[in-house]
Design a protein around this ligand. Structure first.
Ligand code: HAM
Length: 422
C-alpha cells in the first residue's frame, strides 16, 4: 500500500510531462491573447463556500467533497472546482472596484470523491476562466469561443459544442413547478437518485444517465421552452453571436450542469475521441453566485476543462507535441578526475546549455552508451593527454564528426553548435 498512490490519483511521469508542459504553454498563450490574467487560489477553502456557492443538493457537495476538520476545529474542504474560490477571491480583494470586466484564468488540481474510471479521477486538473462584471451576451460567446479555439490550436478536431439556457430565478420557479407536476406520475419509476432529486433539485433529473429515467422523462418540458423574456432574448443574442463567429453548436434543452450556480447560458464541449467521460469542457453564466456567497450582485461567466481528458483526447487523435529536447551535451571523461568534468558541465549549464555527466564512475564505453540513451546531440570527451594540452574532443553524435577544441573555447563552441542545431 505504501508504494501505491491513493485510489483515483496518479503520478504524472517524466514521459508525460512533455504533453503537460505543451498544454500549459498553450494555456498561457491563449489566455493572454483573450485578455485573461492568472490567479492562484488555495487548494482548500472554508467548507461553507462550496455549500453555498456550488449548492448543498448537488452531487459534488453532497457526495464528492474531501472535507476535514483542522486542528483549530474549522471545517475545510479540498476545492472540488475553481469558480467558487475565484469568486471568493474577487470579493476578498475588492476587484469590483477595478475596471470591469475582471478576466481571470487558473490551472490546478481539483478534488472529487467519485468512482474512478478512465477520464475520471479523484484528483484531476482543470484549466478554467472566469469573467466578472459583464452580462453582455457577446461575453458568453467569447467565453465559449475560447476553448473551441484552444482545442483547435492543440490539434483537436472532433468535438461538439452543446448549449442551453437554464433561465434565472425569475423563470426557474415556475418551470420547477411545471416540471414537478409533469414528473409526479412517474417519480416512483425513476432511479433512486432521481427520486431524491424530485423534491430537492428536479432539474437534475433531466441529466440522469440512467436509460430508464431518460426514456420516462423524454417528453417533460424543458426550461428552454419556458424562459422569461429577458433570458430568451439573452439566449437568442448568444446564438446570434456564435453564428456570427461561424461556430456550430447543438441546442440541447436537456443540458443541465452539475452545479447550482448557473443562470442563463450553460454549455459543454464533448470530444468524440473519448468514451463515457467525453465532456472535456463545461461552463456557463452565474449571475447570482457572488451575492450567494455574500457579495454584491455581480454577473459572472466562465468555463473549466479537464486537463487529463483533453490530453487523452489529444493522444487518441494522435496529436504529438514537439518532443522535449532534454539534454544537449554529455561530458565524458577518460582517465580524468571527475571534478574536471563537473567544472566543464557547470560552465556549459551557466551558458544555458543542458549538460550532464557520469556520476557512477563508468568506463568511457559505458559513458558513451549512457550518453546515447540520454539522446544527446553532442559529446565532450575529456581525455587525460588532451587535457594536459588544454584541449578536449567534441563529437557530433548525429553525424559522427569530431573536432579538437581548446578548453578555453569549449563552452563558446558548444553554445554555437547547440544554437545552430535548434
Ligand atoms: P464541471 O463540469 O464540474 O464544471 O467540470 C469541468 C470539467 O472538469 C469537466 O467537463 C471535465 O472535463 C473535468 N472534470 C470534472 N470532474 C472530473 C473528474 N473527476 N476527473 C477528471 N476530470 C473531471 C466546473 O468545475 C465549473 N467550475 C466550470 C465553470 C467555470 N463554470 C463556470 N466557470
Amino acid at each position: 500500500m505504501l508504494t501505491k498512490a491513493p485510489r483515483g490519483t496518479r503520478d504524472i511521469l517524466p514521459a508525460e510531462t512533455g504533453m503537460w508542459q505543451f498544454f500549459e504553454e498553450k494555456v498561457r498563450e491563449v489566455s493572454r491573447l483573450f485578455g485573461y490574467s492568472e490567479i492562484r487560489t488555495p487548494i482548500f477553502e472554508h467548507t461553507e463556500l462550496f455549500l453555498r456557492g456550488v449548492g448543498e443538493v448537488t452531487d459534488i457537495v453532497s457526495k464528492e467533497m474531501y472535507t476535514f476538520t483542522d486542528r483549530g476545529q474549522r471545517s475545510l474542504t479540498l476545492r472540488p472546482e475553481g469558480t467558487a474560490s475565484v469568486a471568493r477571491a474577487y470579493l476578498e480583494h475588492k476587484m469590483q472596484g477595478e475596471a470591469q470586466p475582471v478576466k481571470l484564468y487558473y490551472v490546478g488540481p481539483m478534488f472529487r470523491y467519485d468512482r474512478p474510471q478512465a477520464g475520471r479521477y479523484r484528483q484531476f486538473h482543470q484549466y478554467g476562466v472566469e469573467v466578472f462584471g459583464a452580462s453582455d451576451p457577446t461575453v458568453d460567446a467569447e467565453v465559449i469561443a475560447l476553448p473551441l479555439s484552444f482545442f483547435r490550436s492543440l490539434g483537436l478536431k472532433d468535438f461538439t459544442l452543446h448549449i442551453n439556457s437554464v433561465g434565472c430565478p425569475k423563470c426557474r420557479g415556475e418551470y420547477r413547478q411545471q416540471l414537478q407536476a409533469s414528473l409526479k406520475e412517474i417519480v416512483g419509476e425513476l432511479c433512486k437518485d432521481c427520486a431524491e432529486r424530485y423534491d430537492k433539485n428536479p432539474m437534475r433529473i433531466l441529466d440522469c444517465k440512467n436509460e430508464q429515467c431518460q426514456e420516462l422523462t423524454k417528453d417533460v418540458p424543458a426550461q428552454l421552452e419556458l424562459l422569461c423574456e429577458e433570458c430568451a432574448d439573452h439566449f437568442a443574442a448568444v446564438r446570434e453571436a456564435l453564428d456570427a463567429l461561424g461556430e456550430s453548436y447543438i441546442v440541447n434543452p436537456r443540458l443541465v450542469r452539475g452545479l447550482d450556480y448557473y443562470t442563463k447560458t450553460a454549455f459543454e464541449i464533448m470530444s468524440s475521441e473519448l468514451g463515457a467521460q467525453s465532456t472535456i469542457c463545461g461552463g456557463g453564466r452565474y449571475d447570482h453566485l457572488l451575492s450567494t456567497i455574500g457579495g454584491p450582485d455581480v454577473p459572472g461567466i466562465g468555463f473549466a476543462m479537464g486537463i487529463e481528458r483533453v490530453l487523452l483526447a489529444m493522444e487518441a487523435a494522435g496529436v504529438q507535441p514537439r518532443a522535449d529536447r532534454g539534454t544537449d551535451v554529455f561530458v565524458a571523461t577518460a582517465g580524468v578526475a571527475a571534478a574536471e568534468a563537473l567544472k566543464v558541465t557547470l560552465a556549459l549549464r551557466q551558458a544555458q546549455v543542458a549538460a550532464d555527466k557520469d556520476y557512477l564512475g563508468r568506463s568511457l564505453k559505458a559513458q558513451l552508451k549512457y550518453a546515447n540513451r540520454l539522446g544527446v546531440r553532442y559529446l565532450v570527451i575529456l581525455g587525460a593527454e588532451e587535457m594536459q594540452n588544454g584541449q578536449a574532443t567534441l563529437r557530433d553524435m548525429q553525424t559522427g564528426e569530431q573536432e579538437t577544441v581548446t578548453l578555453a573555447a569549449l563552452t563558446e563552441r558548444v553554445v554555437a553548435l547547440v544554437r545552430e542545431a535548434k
